[in-house]
Each structure stands twice: as structure tokens, then as C-alpha cells.
Design a protein around this ligand. Structure first.
Ligand SMILES: [Zn+2]
Length: 164
């Protein structure tokens, strides 16, 4: 899943659970693995920094551009979460910190995954194996419209969770 979807789902769960920062973080962290278990589309394979083969060099500008797109993705998740859960007419600010830490927790697994690709550090390698174990083996990379459509539906379902 893209990071914005991870963030919104984590924010919704943290809101429903009235999470504090600690429980929010763990809700976000665990929900990441749950979402990744479903076949999904993402754009990481389109970013040179993430898809490069062994021995291929990534240019500095490519890396900066890749990080820009990832920041836009995270920013979208934060923006949608603010709209749905923090400025929510009934919930307004009730679990702001819980939502914030849930979003952080939902992004951390992919940050660790990226670091594991770059740094040969045993704990990171073990984490990468764990992440890959839970990650769906079916990719919808060839079906972007369908894959993005599903994620829009997931965002709508997550946002509507807080209305019950
Ligand atoms: Zn992931």
C-alpha cells in the first residue's frame, strides 16, 4: 500500500481506539503488516532509488526526486488524517497525539525496510525478512488504475469507521 493509505487506516484505528501516543504507535505499526498482507499496488518500483539492481548507481538528483514523492505520499496521509480525524466535527482534537503517532508507526516498517536495503545490519535484515513474510506476494503493479481504486475504497472505509 502507499504510505498515505497506511497513515489514514492507522489514524482511523487510533481514533476508534481513542489511542494515546504509545498505543497509537503500535496500532499504526501492526496495521502496516495487516494492510501489506493484501495484494496491492504501490509506486516504489517506479522510483530508481528503490528499484535499482545490484551495481546500478542512483544519481543524487534521482534520490532527491524519489524522496520528494515519498514526502508527498506521507503528506497526503497526514492531510487526510487531519481532515478525517483531527478536525472531525465530533472528535475534534480528542486523539490528536494518538493519531500522529499512529501515522508514524504505520510508516516506520517501510522506513526500516528501506534502511535494510541499504545497510547490512543484522537486526535490519531480520526485520526485512519479517516484513517480506507478511507482505503479499501478489503485486498489482501492472494494474495501476485498479490498484489505486482499491486504495481509495480502503481510505473511504477507514474514514467512515469513525462515524459509527
Ligand atoms: Zn510495507
Amino acid at each position: 500500500m502507499v504510505l498515505a493509505v497506511h497513515g489514514v487506516v492507522a489514524g482511523a484505528l487510533a481514533t476508534v481506539a481513542r489511542a494515546n501516543p504509545v498505543t497509537g504507535f503500535f496500532i499504526g505499526f501492526l496495521s502496516h503488516f495487516l494492510l501489506d498482507a493484501f495484494p496491492h499496488w504501490d509506486y516504489f518500483h517506479l522510483l530508481p532509488s528503490f528499484s535499482k539492481q545490484e551495481g546500478q548507481k542512483v544519481r543524487h538528483l534521482q534520490f532527491v526526486r524519489d524522496i520528494f514523492w515519498i514526502c508527498c505520499d506521507i503528506g497526503l496521509g497526514v492531510l487526510l488524517s487531519l481532515l478525517f480525524f483531527v478536525f472531525h466535527r465530533d472528535l475534534g482534537g480528542v486523539v490528536t497525539k494518538g493519531v500522529f503517532w499512529a501515522i508514524i508507526g504505520s510508516i516506520v516498517p517501510d522506513v526500516l525496510q528501506y534502511l535494510a536495503m541499504k545497510l547490512p545490519w543484522k537486526p535490519l535484515t531480520l526485520f526485512r525478512r519479517l516484513h517480506d513474510y507478511f507482505h503479499s506476494k501478489t503485486k498489482l503493479n501492472g494494474a495501476a488504475a485498479f490498484g489505486i481504486g482499491i486504495q481509495v475504497v480502503v481510505v473511504i472505509l477507514a474514514a467512515s469507521l469513525t462515524f459509527f
